[in-house]
Design a protein around this ligand. Sequence first.
Ligand code: SAM
Length: 259
Amino acid sequence: MDHEDEYNETFVSYLEVIWGEGYLSPGGPAEVGRILEGLDLKGLKVLDIGCGTGGVAVSLAAEYGAARVIGVDVEDPVLTFARRRARERGLEGRVEFIKVKPGPLPFAANEFDLVFSKDSMIHIPDKEALFADVMRILKPGGRFAASDWLSSHDGAPSPVMKRYLETEGLGFGMGSPERYRRALAAAGFEDVRLVNRNAWYATVARQELTDMEGPLYAKGVAAAGQAETDRNIGIWRAMVPALEIGELCPHHLHGRKPG
Ligand SMILES: C[S@@+](CC[C@H](N)C(=O)[O-])C[C@H]1O[C@@H](n2cnc3c(N)ncnc32)[C@H](O)[C@@H]1O
């Protein structure tokens, strides 16, 4: 079955009010910097899985000096924004956005120096197949650096988490830190490292909700309409408790392909 667009123009417009232009996930450039801490991207060929509206991919070339960045996504509306962003920054030659189908990535073995992803792998339920594929397309010695939204366990979601997942209504396939760690190790990654970002995002998300209900309310309505603004406030009201109990736990993920 074809993938149905979930990140439509209205949703994207609202998220960018909260998270910044080009960003469909929390933390903006500073959080990207924390994921990439200690890595030098100059001259590298980089893949961004689930690139969304392209803010990160563009910054990997413009700010981090990557020689070439390919962003992939399964949805057309976000890719239209991303391509426009690269064009406006004069980066068309270095930053390319490609539509892919869910499943194996359409790249040759040993093609990338770095595979990056921010808060998109949550949409890919088969973590084992995903990390095996990331391992395949990385050059020997290549790095995997990402963040993603995890669940603290692989059992049935608690009522609080269930309520959040139902309110969000996106096609999520979440895994626990243990599952990610096992899947990365099984794929052959070395130096596997996971960093729990729950405490950080619980604090940030509470503030986001306060802003959404207060100082950013009118801006949200202007960008995406009142119904979309209120829908998102409802999502955050369900999400903050899931963060507060630790069950929704964004993590940074790191690994290195031997070689
Ligand atoms: C929360 S957004 C994050 C976008 C971007 N990484 C950012 O941080 O701004 C998740 C993105 O993953 C994309 N996505 C969903 N399923 C995917 C898949 N199987 N492969 C690649 N991208 C996917 C969505 O279309 C969406 O653009």
